[in-house]
Design a protein around this ligand. Structure first.
Ligand code: NDP
Length: 446
């Protein structure tokens, strides 16, 4: 490791003990930025990177609620207000038993760079709880969301901090949280994005992250004079991002052969077509079942406890969770001919896996660039709420496409190497940093 990065990281690790995911996210960015900052001393003198790595504010709170049996339950709630240099804090809420301070700080940190890349005026934040919505009744989820919002409402607002969905938080949860916010504040404002269509939501918001991940991959392929047409694609996850990545890749003429959940993956050699995708949406969003049921219904293989990266493919779209592609998985992917990885999930590849992609010069779109479509359309939802109007599906989709193209161009500009290879990792880190850093310098030491 570069000794300057090592020194910087020693300080981060000492100040944020035990937060391994946060260390991982900061180190990945520091490796791109430390050499860039050396060449641009104004950022060094203002200690911008040191300041970006410290959240502006962290809120941790108790969430008591009563389950259907009448028993009292207690969960932990968090909101990380990471950076507001270029706009109000913006980032999703995650409900998953693995949620802790380290995971939310890593997500908040990534969000700062991602939001900057969108070119929209959005700061970075993230929040959530260790609550597990799986196996809970609608009534229990509502009780929990109301208790969560009974504390969070005093910290957020349409010009302060605007949450959205993430793992375990979809339309149902956003509805319950927005309802409680409105009741407590007596205000109907754009305080949340990912809202229902009838009450201020934007068309294309549910689709945006998955579609955007595919648009970004298509831009990377275009550079090589190639496209999705006829490509074999492995996708992990079967939630919001995975479903709409599948939908767009299908539309672009690809064959999608896998989907997964936390228990295992299905391999469908004939491809997941539009009808099978409808079944997955119904299974996951309404019945809230397991992906193994797909294997029973369509008579395909189900791999219990395994991830899809052992299946041969041209393009891999990890859309489940952090660190789901290890070094060994990356080596298997490359050995089997995979030459595009576009990350729908946040930090799905371990640092060693990323090194495998870069050493093999494959097209690698890191999450902060490739999955920025979700927050970009959230930004468009905020604009529509402020203007009290709503744009058509076509309008939002075409804005999303042009934002993903711009992000790709920013990554190219800052990531192109002397032999023409585009290091999208460096490109996204530096491209996301510059705007935030300049704003922080202009606003003084605050
Ligand atoms: P969902 O909750 O809709 O779906 C998550 C999917 O990933 C489910 O299939 C889930 O399986 C699986 N999964 C979750 N945790 C694990 C785990 N520890 N191991 C294996 N599989 C897991 O979430 P989203 O689709 O919204 O989010 C997926 C990823 O995309 C996350 O990394 C999120 O941060 C990122 N993202 C999401 C955005 C959005 O707009 N929603 C925006 C940008 C990034 P199971 O049902 O078994 O838990």
């Amino acid at each position: 490791m570069d000794p300057r990065v090592e020194k910087f990281m020693a300080n981060i690790i000492a100040k944020n003990a035990g937060e391994s995911e946060f260390h991982q996210a900061v180190q990945e960015v520091a490796e791109s930025l430390v050499p860039f900052i050396e060449e641009n001393p104004k950022y060094k003198h203002a200690k911008v990177l040191e300041r970006i790595a410290e959240p502006e504010r962290v809120i941790i709170f108790r969430i008591p609620w009563i389950d259907d049996k009448g028993d009292v339950q207690v969960n932990k709630g968090y909101r990380i207000e990471m950076n507001s240099a270029i706009g109000p804090y913006k980032g999703g809420i995650r409900f998953h038993p693995t949620v802790n301070l380290s995971i939310l700080k890593f997500l908040g940190f990534e969000q700062v760079f991602k939001n900057s890349l969108t070119t929209l005026p959005l700061g970075g934040g993230k929040g959530g709880s260790d609550f597990d919505p799986k196996g809970k009744s609608d009534n229990e989820v509502m009780k929990f969301c109301q208790s969560f919002m009974s504390e969070l409402f005093r910290h957020i607002g349409p010009d302060t901090d605007v949450p959205a969905g993430d793992i375990g938080v979809g339309g149902r949860e956003v509805g319950f949280m927005f309802g409680q916010y409105k009741r407590l504040k007596n205000e109907f404002t754009g305080v949340f994005t990912g809202k229902g269509r009838e009450w201020g939501g934007s068309l294309i918001r549910p689709e945006a992250t998955g579609y955007g991940t595919v648009y970004f991959a298509e831009e990377m392929l275009k550079i090589k004079g190639d496209s999705f047409k006829g490509k074999s694609v492995t996708i992990s996850g079967s939630g919001n991002v995975a479903q709409f990545a599948t939908e767009k890749a299908l539309e672009f003429g690809a064959k999608i052969v896998t989907l997964s959940d936390s228990a295992g993956f299905i391999y469908d050699p004939n491809g997941i077509d539009a009808e099978k995708l409808e079944y997955v949406k119904e299974l996951k969003n309404i019945k809230r079942g397991r992906i193994s049921e797909y294997a029973d219904k369509y008579g395909v293989e189900y791999y219990e406890g395994k991830r899809p990266w052992i299946v041969k493919c041209d393009v891999a779209l990890p859309c489940a969770t952090q660190n789901e592609i290890t070094e060994e998985d990356a080596q298997t992917l490359v050995k089997n001919g995979c030459f595009v990885v576009s990350e729908g999930a946040n930090m799905p590849s371990t640092p060693d896996a990323v090194e495998v992609y870069l050493n093999n010069r494959i097209l690698y779109g890191p999450g902060k660039a490739a999955n920025a479509g979700g927050v970009a359309v959230s930004g468009l939802e905020m604009t529509q709420n402020s203007m009290r109007l709503s744009w058509s599906r076509e309008e939002v989709d075409s804005k999303l496409q042009s934002i993903m193209k711009n992000i790709h161009e920013t990554c190219r500009k800052y990531g192109v190497e002397s032999d023409g290879f585009i290091n999208y990792l460096n490109g996204s880190n530096i491209g996301g940093f510059v705007k935030v850093a300049d704003a922080m310098i202009a606003q003084g030491v605050v």
